[in-house]
Write a protein of this length. Structure first.
Length: 510
């Protein structure tokens, strides 16, 4: 069973193709071996240069270890347990290996190079044999909506007997430009789905595994229901629960997007996200040869997702362990924080008890081991709270624009003066960008509860005043597709303290 991942470095890239080794946490100069419950996984690099790097995951399956402990009385006891395709075809066993051998990469973590997990990479993935009873069309329907250029070639039953036709296996080649973590989650979910069966015991926590891996793409996938049923082996009780939770995520999208359809706007505004490639089979030329495949395009990603990624990247870069999510709402960012083990203590604060109740219900569905890392508190951000002092970082994601301008100094004192975390990350809409939203009237705001939506200059002025008054350095970044004249849809500021700055700020206030 073989999986290869190839990264090719563009000429203008600031990174090397061998950075793939940092992302996978496997050094290109070494071949490594990992024991699995059903065999052995090998990781090696057939090629590793600054321009092109290929990592290979080779899985050796021991059929005897798969059935060890089963007795003759079990329903599945048969010769088929020992003579089967498991050593060769990419199934749920490969998905398990991805989750164990490439765990850090799957979860978007890289301790040595924390900026790398958010880097968009040109990737090519090859799998020599994938069970796919729906044929090439089924493989395309699974991967093309995620931005992959798909080449699925049927594997013949026997080359010596072409009249026997094709088998239900395909050679799968995927080309796309996306994060490595996203590519691995696609494989982790969809390989068992194409196979149609799990080769391990299906427990109730499979729903949590599915939602964690597919949170950023499964709710909007056109084959969402079919994927969910196949992933959960058609166990109706699990399927119903999973689909309900996916629908809840999907229903939350307009609220996360500040009531504006920012996915469509991103494309209209000149985003690089042009959607999935639909013409994945090269057309024949007049001379009988085939045209090259179209350049792979990244899947369109909502601004809400890009915003959370930017916040998470900023937090990881600081090394923060204890984090406040101020104005946490219904817990969308809290789930991302919980999914990253780097964050050891997380506190969500919101003025709305209803929002906190919804956040609690969502968080309760996550694995129980995570519960001790998080607490939710009801409170207004314009009032100081001694319990919020001493944290490494705080986030105000799409919060300040909901505060009446006369109350902003009170919020600034509460967060930057009283709580005083070492780092504060703030995001807010860029009001200049609003003219690109066709469904937004002139002078209108993206959400009915917004009290203002600042221009870039207004946000920079506010951030600078916070830095002067409270002793923070300030760095402003753009989030989302950038218009040459109007900037990006979201603006992000990272505030940081130092010992000297803290002392100066305290003396100035005295």
């Amino acid at each position: 069973m073989l999986l290869t991942i190839t990264c090719t470095r563009p000429d203008d890239a600031a990174w090397a193709a061998t950075d793939l080794g940092y992302l996978l946490h496997k050094h290109p100069d070494r071949a490594q071996v990992f024991d699995q419950s059903y065999g052995t996984a090998h990781v090696l690099y057939p090629e590793a240069t600054e321009q092109r790097c290929t990592a290979a995951l080779l899985l050796e399956i021991d059929p005897v270890r798969l059935v060890r402990g089963k007795t003759r009385g079990t329903p599945e006891f048969s010769l088929a347990q020992y003579v089967n395709d498991r050593p060769y075809a990419a199934t749920s066993l490969l998905a398990v290996a991805i989750s164990t051998v490439f765990s850090s990469a799957l979860h978007g973590r890289c301790a040595r190079r924390p900026e790398l997990p958010d880097t968009i990479l040109p990737l090519r993935i090859e799998l020599p044999a994938v069970p796919c009873k729906g044929g090439p069309d089924r493989a395309e329907r699974m991967f093309a909506p995620l931005g992959w250029s798909v080449t699925a070639t049927p594997v013949v039953l026997d080359p010596a007997f072409p009249e026997w036709g094709d088998s239900h296996y395909v050679r799968l080649e995927l080309a796309g430009t996306l994060r490595l973590a996203d590519a691995l989650t696609h494989l982790y979910v969809l390989l068992p789905v194409l196979d149609g069966g799990k080769h391990y015991w299906l427990a109730d926590d499979e729903i949590d595994k599915l939602l964690r891996a597919g949170a950023n793409w499964l709710p909007a996938h056109p084959e969402r229901d079919w994927i969910t049923r196949r992933y959960l082996a058609r166990r109706q009780s699990l399927v119903r629960t999973a689909l309900a939770r996916l629908a809840e995520i999907d229903d939350a999208a307009p609220e996360e997007l500040d009531a504006v359809d920012e996915v469509e706007v991103a494309d209209d505004a000149g985003s690089d996200s042009t959607g999935p490639v639909t013409d994945v089979h090269p057309a024949p030329r007049h001379d009988g040869t085939r045209s090259p495949l179209p350049e792979p395009q990244p899947a369109p990603v909502s601004l809400a997702v890009l915003r959370r990624r930017a916040v998470m990247s900023a937090l990881r870069a600081t090394g923060a362990r204890r984090v406040l999510d101020l104005g946490c709402g219904e817990g969308v960012l809290l789930r991302d924080l919980l999914a990253d083990k780097m964050f050891e203590e997380i506190v969500g604060v919101d003025v709305s008890t209803r929002a906190l109740q919804i956040a609690r219900r969502r968080l309760d569905r996550m694995p129980g081991a995570m519960a001790h890392r998080i607490q939710l508190r009801q409170g207004a951000l314009t009032y100081t709270d001694a319990a919020l002092r001493g944290y490494d970082a705080a986030v105000l994601m799409e919060v300040i624009e909901h505060i009446d301008p006369p109350r902003l100094p009170a919020l600034a004192h509460s967060v930057f003066g009283a709580a005083r975390p070492a780092t504060v990350v703030v995001t807010t809409p860029n009001g200049e960008y609003n003219s690109l939203y066709e469904n937004l009237s002139a002078g209108g705001f993206r959400h009915t509860d917004h009290r203002f939506e600042w221009s870039r200059a207004e946000f920079a002025s506010w951030a600078a005043s916070i830095g002067r008054n409270y002793g923070y350095s300030v760095r402003i970044e753009s989030v989302g597709p950038e218009d040459p004249a109007l900037g990006s849809p979201t603006q992000l500021a990272v505030f940081g303290t130092s010992e000297r700055a803290t002392t100066m700020a305290e003396e100035a206030r005295r």
